[in-house]
Design a protein around this ligand. Sequence first.
Ligand code: ATP
Ligand code: MG
Length: 432
Amino acid sequence: MTRSERIQAVRGMNDVLPEDEALWRRFEDAVAGCMAAYGYRRIRTPIVEPTRLFVRGIGEVTDIVEKEMYSFTDALNGEELTLRPENTAGVVRASIEHNLLYDGPKRLWYAGPMFRHEKPQKGRYRQFHQVGAEAMGFPGPDADAEVILLCQRLWDDLGLTGISLELNSLGEIDERRAHRDALIAYFEAHRDELDEDARRRLYSNPLRILDTKNPSMQALVQAAPQLGGYLGESSRAHFEHLQALLRGQNIPVRINPRLVRGLDYYNLSVFEWVAGGLTVCGGGRYDPLVEMLGGKPAPACGFAIGVERILELMRASSADAAQCDVYVVHQGEAAEAGAFQAAERLRDAGLDVVLNCGGGGFKAQFRRADASGAFLAVILGEDEMSKAQVSLKWLRGGAGAGVAGAQRTVAFASLVDAVIDALAGDDEAVGN
Ligand code: ATP
Ligand code: MG
């Protein structure tokens, strides 16, 4: 096969390489911990669903359904199928199909790959990952507050600061109708200033025009009639109550009257978590959806986090997490057997250990040890072997660690205790 014939991944679909595994794992562990902390249980739905599910569940006049779906006809049986572009529709379908709400509301979460045929760029891929939660059967606003708090706890657990909450209320469908008429009239009066997308949506989904990312339309959109003025008593009360609950938990909220989610089924609360101008999580209430997909009416709300965008923030915010605890450096035949023994003993004690393989001089081995991310090197050379000793060397300094470069020798027999003490910061000779 020539270079140009070599098969490559589909554009916009990424491999996650081992060097990123620690980051993914840290994120996934934090997610699982937070979901459990709020009583959410995981559901796993298929990656492929009937195309109709998304056309009905997301809405025909949306970016996703209009131009982003990977839809195809199954060549073997003619079924119309789509790679899921999001997971809410699938979760709702599964809830109805398995009658999950028969004995009361359910708290569910999911994680996995989603597929959208978008123009690939940083933070926007064709296969990307979402983690989401759906509080099903709760009319709120306590459930709305809960899913928002869950997100805040996740950011905190990940050590991410600078993700801020924007909130709005879309009211109910009949309230939106009155606003929609005003909006259409306003945009008709400014028809010359509308871009192509906006003109196309003027009558089918004018609300979505407010969500435009076109800079030249921002002024127009800023001055458009606001939905807030059209909310009825009960929608306003729902919104106020949610804000009070969030204030009570010291969650800073920015009310953004132009925040919309253009799907027909959204109602009442909508929110986005934003960092550096990029939305990392979107959510809100979608009371009509369960009934629209054929279920017994049930209110619901939830969110979806863009995993790659959060990982990017984690990358920027923290030093690399260690990939292993100890790297074992060794030289000479006798030392090799000793190194295997030392590594196995350390692993028995629960430590993550990388044993130098492939030989090399001390210098080359220490370069690999540094690259491994280990805190500590365990060194076995001729000298150590002859005295039944090993040397410990700190590779990295920092909080709780010793001083990089500090070194000392211990008896081979007490290796495990010495390493554990050193890693726990109790060691007196190493690093102090
Ligand atoms: P946008 O307006 O940026 O296209 P969206 O409204 O289509 O976002 P949602 O459907 O609400 O996004 O998805 C929730 C989150 O998933 C987004 O806030 C974003 O973080 C992430 N996301 C959406 N599409 C992509 C993509 N193509 N690649 C990576 N992440 C994405
Ligand atoms: Mg999009």
